[in-house]
Design a binder for this molecule. Structure first.
Ligand code: IPM
Ligand code: MG
Length: 356
């Protein structure tokens, strides 16, 4: 079997540091053909655009993509004509058709006291945010109109909602909480209606001949996004899959990240159609304030490597082993500054490696 081809996109800020850490771990697990490309601010500096055709093509023909982070004050501008690092990420999501973003939130036992929330509140939390990633207000028509006004549009189609609902139900063990703003937004009413119909079809199919008995036990509930934001911190362990649209998922997943003690802990997978390469990245951003100091927590990126192995390369045993090594390192006392400790990026990487 030939080595899997991985494209790395280190990007900006702490991106290159956490990607270097993750690659050390990946190479320990076997032979991978790794090629690096520029994205985000790094690509703007080198090529004048946040995503070149060459980078996108390299990703398209790879088996999986591992991304660090994009963005930083250097490229911040409100000028609508100026290139923005985030366009690199959005271009990759659209260009690779990555409509499903999976963000698992499972506080490691060792970190229960590192969260700003009380241990008794978060103990037992094990949820997955399933965020729609290529539609909604992120990709709708936008612009400035004369007279100092601006607009962004949110649009969703039934097929876009159905395909993400499918991922949500497939990933659920007991319940799908579909989050929307159906009391105000038309796109949310279409969302609710479509998810409801999808669940009904599943139940009917489950009663039919070639039934998957699991489908019958997945409960569906609908929740308004403001209420969901509140429930997420008051009773996080009641959630299983949170299925939601692009912008609500962006906001709720940062909130959910704090259940684990630090946003430095959250990995993610962005997936498209079966057989196409997925993109794996830590949820934290480029953290320009600590870039180059050696303080970045690489665990979210190493966790993203585990997701890459599981979802991108169908190597679940290695993925489990890597997750276990991360947990064991934390059990052993590993704490980077974001978790109240002093371990460096290098210390954290070494701690995972010795337990792998
Ligand atoms: C994320 C990030 C991105 C998003 C930004 C960098 C465009 O916040 O992946 O959650 O809003 O989707
Ligand atoms: Mg975000």
């Amino acid at each position: 079997m030939s080595a899997a081809r991985i494209v790395t996109l280190p990007g900006d800020g702490i991106g290159p540091e956490v990607i270097a850490a993750a690659l050390t771990v990946l190479h320990r697990l076997g032979d991978f053909e790794v090629t690096e490309h520029a994205v985000g601010g790094a690509s703007i500096d080198a090529h004048g655009t946040a995503l070149t055709d060459e980078t996108l093509d390299a990703c398209r023909t790879s088996d999986a993509v591992l991304l660090g982070a994009v963005g930083g004050p250097k490229w911040d501008s409100t000028d609508p004509a100026a290139p923005r690092p985030e366009q690199g990420l959005l271009g990759l999501r659209k260009g690779l058709g990555l409509f499903a973003n999976l963000r698992p939130v499972r506080p490691s036992a060792a970190l229960l006291d590192a969260s700003p929330l009380k241990r008794e509140r978060i103990e037992g939390t094990d949820l997955l945010v399933v965020r729609e990633l290529t539609g909604g207000i992120y990709f709708g028509e936008r612009g400035r109109t004369g007279g100092g006004a601006a607009f962004d549009t949110c649009a969703y189609s039934v097929p876009e909602i159905e395909r993400i609902a499918e991922v949500g139900f497939r990933s659920a063990r007991r319940r799908v909480t579909s989050v929307d703003k159906a009391n105000v937004l038309e796109t949310s009413r279409l969302w609710r209606e479509t998810v409801e119909r999808y669940a009904g079809d599943l139940r009917r199919a489950a009663r039919g001949e070639d039934a998957d008995p699991r489908e019958d036990v997945i409960e569906l509930e609908h929740m308004l996004v403001d209420n969901a934001a509140m429930q997420l911190v008051s009773r996080p362990r009641d959630f299983d899959v949170i299925l939601t649209e692009n912008m609500f998922g962006d906001i709720l997943s940062d909130e959910a990240a704090m259940l684990t003690g630090s946003i430095g802990m959250l990995p993610s997978a962005s997936l498209g159609a079966p057989g196409t390469p997925g993109l794996f990245e830590p949820v934290h951003g480029s953290a320009p304030d600590i870039a180059g100091t050696g303080q970045a927590n690489p665990l979210a990126t190493i966790g993203s490597v585990a997701m890459l192995l599981r979802h991108g390369l169908a190597r679940p045993e290695e993925a489990d082993a890597l997750d276990a090594a991360i947990d064991s390192a934390l059990d052993g006392g590993l704490r980077t500054p974001d978790l109240g400790g002093q371990a460096t990026t290098e210390d954290a990487t070494a701690a995972v490696l010795t337990r792998l």
